[in-house]
Design a binder for this molecule. Structure first.
Ligand SMILES: Cc1cc2nc3c(=O)[nH]c(=O)nc-3n(C[C@H](O)[C@H](O)[C@H](O)COP(=O)(O)OP(=O)(O)OC[C@H]3O[C@@H](n4cnc5c(N)ncnc54)[C@H](O)[C@@H]3O)c2cc1C
Length: 383
């Protein structure tokens, strides 16, 4: 078993870290306070090649072919270097559940029309799955797409959609055949300004405030056949196939954030003195740091295993569920630990310690809640 990275992979990760530290950390606290998305940072990432990591060079991607392991390491570097946790969430929500399925399942027309502009930063994509009555029970969706001449009429709505308020296109899933359950779901690429398609404003939320999220509404919205992604009824397999990539990379950026958080905690407890010595000398504080390190490294092993399996073209249902559960819960637990380590300083917003806690809460909800990950694990164990 070989746990080492190639020198090229490590060099690219370091390049991403340097880029993120130098170019993506301006006024994060203010943008968090005012819920402002930075289109500027989005474009900088595109120019650097981040949005090109999920598609091959032929369609505007960064490398000749998509290399899942290298992309995971790069997204980890981005999460480490960029203090704005919302930006990696936004990038991942655009790259893996929208760009990648268009590449994997799209027609030549769809690839040519959308991918290059999505990689260059010109177009922003969002992924529309969740509905008012269908969250965890995702395949029980109510949005319908009824076949008409040359296309479909879409009716229904989606909510809590990352990037929706700033998106140029949405990959939306709807029921095309209600008689066959999840086999009757199809994917559609819906472009902004399509008649009958309305995008709601940003919904204020607890954390990840620098990435907007909101509603997508469809009212007799005509989608041409050319914008159906894959075959009719292929929606379920498209969703499942991209979910593991999505979990792997969103969580990679969170792993990077956890590493940054641990380093900041260590630096703080070394320099902060109480009772005449560094608070890091008190065992209750150093134990907390040790637990943060354990959460980081155990999450890392699961992350790299999922990335490796996906890189081999293998299914990773169990591993991705274990990873999602472990890493998102670890970031949440370590974010509270980091506030405890910093005392009152950690609780004050301007010191940028407490933001991780608010950002981490979303991680135990999106891409399948922790309960749903446990359910998946138990089901795969035959329960
Ligand atoms: C920051 C953020 C970004 C998001 N981005 C997107 C996006 O880009 N696109 C998108 O489509 N969606 C997105 N979502 C929505 C997200 O995927 C859903 O919120 C999530 O799947 C849960 O659905 P729900 O909110 O309807 O909760 P519900 O499904 O109603 O769950 C409520 C509670 O019941 C529990 N529960 C439900 N069913 C079970 C069960 N069978 N067993 C045990 N417990 C259960 C849940 O774990 C949870 O604790 C985002 C959410 C957040 C917070």
């Amino acid at each position: 078993m070989d746990f080492s990275w190639t020198s090229d992979q490590l060099a690219y990760k370091n390049k991403v870290i340097d880029f993120a530290k130098e170019q993506l950390n301006d006024s994060v606290a203010q943008r968090d306070e005012n819920s402002v998305f930075s289109l500027d940072d989005w474009k900088k990432c595109a120019a650097f090649g981040i949005q090109g990591l999920s598609i091959p060079k032929k369609y505007g991607g960064t490398f000749e072919e998509v290399d899942v392991l290298s992309a995971t390491l790069a997204m980890e570097g981005l999460g480490y270097g960029c203090k704005d946790n919302g930006l990696p969430l936004a990038l991942n929500a655009h790259m893996w559940p929208v760009q990648l399925p268009i590449y994997q399942f799209g027609s030549d027309f769809q690839k040519e029309t959308f991918l290059r502009d999505m990689a260059s930063g010109k177009l922003i994509g969002c992924h529309g799955l969740t509905e008012t009555n269908s969250g965890s029970d995702v395949f029980n969706m109510e949005t319908t797409a009824v076949k008409v001449k040359n296309g479909y009429l879409l009716n229904g709505s989606k909510r809590y959609i990352t990037l929706a308020p700033v998106a140029d296109l949405a990959l939306v899933f709807a029921v095309t055949n209600p008689k066959v359950g999840k086999w009757g779901i199809s994917g559609f690429i819906v472009e902004k300004n399509t008649e009958g398609f309305e995008i709601g404003p940003n919904k204020p939320k607890m954390g990840m405030r620098t990435v907007p999220f909101g509603e997508l509404k469809f009212n007799n919205c005509f989608i041409p056949d050319a914008n159906r992604l894959g075959a009719e009824g292929a929606g379920w397999s498209i969703i499942l196939s991209t979910l593991e990539f999505d979990r792997c990379n969103i969580l990679a950026s969170q792993l990077g954030a956890m590493e940054r958080q641990l380093e900041e905690s260590i630096a703080f407890v070394k320099q902060r003195k109480q009772f005449g010595k560094s608070i890091g000398d008190f065992q209750s504080v150093s134990n907390r740091i040790a637990d943060m390190k354990l959460r980081l490294e155990s999450s890392r092993l699961l992350l790299y295993k999922v990335a490796w399996l996906k890189g081999q073209g293998e299914s990773a249902m169990m591993e991705a569920a274990l990873l999602k559960l472990q890493l998102s819960e670890s970031f949440l637990a370590s974010s509270i630990a980091a506030i405890r380590n910093h005392g009152g300083y950690g609780y004050v917003t301007e010191n940028e310690v407490e933001r991780n806690l608010r950002d981490a809460v979303g991680g135990v909800i999106y891409a399948g809640t922790s309960d749903i990950q446990r359910k998946t694990i138990a089901n795969l164990l035959g329960l």
